[in-house]
Design a binder for this molecule. Structure first.
Ligand code: PRP
Length: 188
């Protein structure tokens, strides 16, 4: 089905193969995930939700509003992709929270697990800081990572092997503001 005029307006004319997850589908699943996370910890246990930027910024902001318990929020800024559509294999840490992770349960929030390179770099680094526990929550999981260092405890959707954009996910920094997740059509 061709993209609607509204979708093309949002993408600046760039065509999608399809909308993979629409706003309602995402909202319903994110609300469920928030409840699941809340139920995994005792109410008096300290919980830090650590968002991996930039991709997780929309997911995280929706997610924490569905976790009905006290928590803290911080961010890590890492980047593994340049302007292309495949991973570079390198993960650059651009901002690293200075706060202590000791005596806290950490939920690391990712938008997508693709090659697993980002998690391979971050999980040992965070473990070294002695948190009470470290779990991963990802909205999307492609299940293509060989030897993923840690399976996410919470997964929103098992994602297709397509180039996904929107709801925080970008292509060369574009499309993060789409309210849905779409599959980007290759340039012909
Ligand atoms: C993307 C995405 C994940 C990571 C997943 O981030 O947000 O963090 O790649 O890919 P991987 O499993 O192959 O490591 P990116 O490096 O593009 O930075 P961004 O979050 O700023 O978009």
């Amino acid at each position: 089905m061709p993209d609607s005029a509204e979708t093309l307006q949002r993408t600046g004319g760039r065509e999608l193969t399809r909308i993979v997850y629409d706003e309602k589908t995402i909202a319903a699943r994110v609300a469920e995930m928030g409840q699941e996370i809340a139920g995994a910890y005792e109410p008096d246990e300290p919980l830090l939700v650590l968002g991996l930027l930039k991709g997780s910024f929309i997911f995280l902001s929706d997610l924490v509003r569905h976790i009905p318990r006290p928590l803290h929020v911080d961010f890590i800024v890492a980047s593994s992709y340049g302007s292309g559509t495949t991973t570079s294999g390198h993960v650059n840490l651009l901002y690293d929270p200075s706060i202590s992770l000791e005596n806290k349960h950490i939920v690391l929030v990712e938008d997508i697990v693709d090659s697993g390179t980002t998690l391979s770099r971050l999980v040992p680094m965070l473990e070294e800081r002695g948190p009470l526990s470290l779990e991963i929550c990802t909205l999307l999981h492609k299940h293509i990572a060989a030897n993923l260092i840690r399976e996410p405890r919470w997964v929103g959707f098992d994602a297709p092997h397509e180039f996904l954009i929107g709801y925080g996910l970008d292509h060369s920094e574009d499309f993060r503001n789409l309210p849905f997740i779409g599959s980007l059509k290759h340039d012909s």
